[in-house]
Design a protein around this ligand. Structure first.
Ligand code: NAD
Length: 358
């Protein structure tokens, strides 16, 4: 039966992939709620704009009245919560916005959802019984893995290193508490580093790709040996829907790409793929420049995604190589999507050196 999904942060990178997947591959209805910060972009939702099953509402998750109204108007069966300030470097320059949206905003959303869900329990117990609140979190809440071995498991202890990770950890704790204390039917997922189309060009892969295309330096933090597990955003979106629809209430699931690489390896692969597409580009690897490391930079994250595979049958379809190749092609073919951002909201300047207060 068709359900109604409310997706917060649906005009962002991962949220828009979730919304596109919901409209393209399921019969469900979607209400996208997004404040449209610098990271939100309605152009990422162009593919669903004409669908009668999609609605867009511009609102801040920290605005209780707006959240109560959107819940009353659209009466969702599932709330998928992705709205967040998401860039670690920006959290170092100005942590307050991260506390406001990721912590306080999540608490406001949870309270609005709790009121809505209580109303369902009183008047529509059948709808209340299938309602889900899905918190989309990150593996960064676990902090650093020491050495080349070991993985984060669903039971790993939280030890966030950056203001961003701490704010996401706080939000996860609130969601867990609303589940335990009020019985709100919650699910939490933690995923590894995402990449793919429609990613704001401040993040590693699009930044390096677009700089390389223009022959600009490719600034790698520290020695470039920080290891991340890379997950294609469309694999992530499919996993999120699987959890939202079939996950066990109160559980946590890890979502990973099974593709551990150092930042240097990722950028070198990107260079090779780009040069295969634009043979005239000057040697891309020569553009790699090592710059001051990010304060508090975690060395390695890696995630055990065995539980979601065993319980829900999800595994990624993309390898890092296939996913990076299609990502390079997408950015080369979609200049209209990123050109304005590169010339306006973010011009590639260094962020996150911890010399600002805010
Ligand atoms: P993003 O920055 O691309 O998108 C965030 C979206 O949230 C934007 O559209 C923005 O306008 C919106 N938003 C911000 N503040 C808001 C507010 N107060 N009210 C309503 N909307 C608001 O982020 P993303 O990379 O798509 O990440 C989405 C979620 O996934 C985040 O919760 C993030 O913590 C989590 N996550 C991301 C990654 C990753 O690799 N990108 C990895 C793990 C988890």
């Amino acid at each position: 039966m068709a359900k109604t999904f409310l997706v917060t942060g649906g005009a962002g990178f991962i949220g828009s992939a979730v919304v596109r997947e919901l409209i393209a591959a399921t019969p469900h209805r979607v209400v996208t709620v997004d404040k449209l910060t610098y990271a939100g972009n309605l152009a990422s939702l162009e593919a669903v704009a004409a669908s009668p099953r999609h609605r867009f509402v511009r609102a801040d998750i920290g605005d209780m009245t707006a959240m109560q109204r959107v819940l009353a108007d659209h009466r969702p069966d599932v709330v998928m919560h992705l709205a967040a300030e998401s860039h670690v470097d920006r959290s170092i320059d100005g942590p307050s916005a991260f506390i406001r949206t990721n912590v306080v905003g999540t608490s406001v959303l949870l309270e609005a959802v709790r009121g809505y869900w209580k109303g369902l329990q009183e008047h529509e117990p059948g709808k209340a019984a299938v309602f889900r609140f899905h918190q989309v979190s990150t593996d960064e809440v676990y902090g650093d893995l020491e050495g080349p071995e070991g993985l984060f498991h669903e039971s790993s202890a939280y030890a966030p290193s950056s203001p961003y990770a701490a704010s996401k950890a706080s939000a996860d704790h609130l969601v867990r508490a609303w589940g335990r204390t009020y019985g709100l039917p919650t699910l939490i997922t933690h995923c590894s580093n995402n990449y793919g189309p429609y990613q704001f060009p401040e993040k590693l892969i699009p930044l390096m790709l677009l700089n390389a295309r223009e022959g600009r330096p490719l600034p790698l933090y520290g020695d470039g040996q920080q290891v991340r597990d890379w997950l294609h955003v469309e694999d992530h979106a499919r996993a999120l829907l699987r959890v939202a629809l079939e996950g066990r209430v109160g559980e946590t699931y890890h979502i990973g790409g099974g593709s551990e690489r150092s930042n240097l390896e990722v950028v070198e692969t990107l260079c090779d793929l780009l040069q295969a597409r634009i043979p005239s580009a000057r040697s891309c690897r020569d553009l790699i420049t090592f710059v001051d490391d990010r304060p508090g930079h975690d060395r390695r994250y890696a995630i055990d995604a065995g539980k979601i595979a065993r319980e829900l049958g999800w595994v990624p379809r993309e390898t890092l190589e296939s996913g990076l190749r299609s990502t390079v092609d997408w950015y080369l073919a979609n200049e209209a999507w990123w050109r304005g951002m590169r010339e306006g909201r973010y011009r590639g300047e260094r962020l996150g050196l911890a010399d600002a207060v805010g």
